[in-house]
Design a protein around this ligand. Structure first.
Ligand code: GTP
Ligand code: MG
Length: 214
């Protein structure tokens, strides 16, 4: 499999992305057990990644709404599976992080179990966006989640985050490292998106990609 950076969207796709995210995006509910998931009546996409990688910030950047998803400096901010209705035919899902979190061990174990059940068992999950920090590349805990997605046959696409925080050399090296790691994962979508929620890099591309999923 050849992995590349996602190309700039065509005008039409860019416009579809813009319109989708300029429209209504509403918080639906926070879920703490599989039994509480909303009815599986539309496609959904989710954002997964290590604690503090920038999942909630990315949702805020995509929607242009600063506090739609709560972000914070403290790893472990998002403690539930948070559902947002994106227009009337998609759910967008903010997940708790995996790996290190500043929360009691027993609580973290509970989210991790829920996160794994969700990723492996949500029939309407159309694509998982897995966020990788451009400063760090793919870590062992990421690899574990990617393997779970392979086993569950859930297509995932890597989104590199916090690109504004690294120089060009680190950026290139960690994109290359990430691509190497992805070669072992059959469920990986072959295009990566490099983003900065802070500066807006890659946000239009990601909007267009999400709007294109049906
Ligand atoms: P958990 O919910 O704890 O798993 O974290 P998260 O993945 O949702 O991360 P969150 O969006 O809360 O961001 C964590 C920290 O990184 C916050 O302090 C953000 O301001 C910062 N951050 C997120 N994205 C970016 C980015 O693109 N650039 C920079 N410079 N900082 C970012
Ligand atoms: Mg979060």
């Amino acid at each position: 499999m050849q992995f590349t950076l996602a190309p700039e969207p065509e005008d039409e796709a860019r416009e579809a992305g813009r319109l989708l995210f300029a429209g209504p995006v509403d918080f639906v509910k926070g879920v703490t057990a599989m039994a509480q998931l909303p009815p599986a009546d539309r496609i959904e996409i989710c954002f997964a990644g290590r604690s503090n990688v920038g999942k909630s910030s990315l949702i805020n950047a995509l929607t242009g709404r600063k506090n739609l998803a709560r972000s914070s400096n403290t790893p472990g901010r998002t403690q539930e599976i948070n559902y947002f209705a994106l227009g009337d035919s998609r759910y967008m899902v903010d997940l708790p992080g995996y790996g290190y979190a500043e929360a009691p061990v027993a609580i973290v174990a509970k989210w991790q179990a829920l996160l794994k059940q969700y990723l492996a068992g949500r029939s309407t999950l159309r694509r998982a966006f897995v966020l990788i920090d451009t400063r760090h590349g793919v870590k062992a805990v990421d690899d574990e989640i990617l393997t779970l997605l392979d086993k569950s046959a859930v297509t995932f696409q890597v989104v590199m985050t916090k690109a504004d925080k690294v120089n060009k050399a680190t950026r290139d090296a960690n994109i290359a490292q990430t691509i190497e790691a992805l070669k072992k994962h059959p469920a990986a979508f072959p295009e990566l998106v490099v983003t900065s929620s802070e500066k807006g890099e890659g946000i239009e591309t990601l909007r267009a990609l999400i709007a294109g999923l049906v």
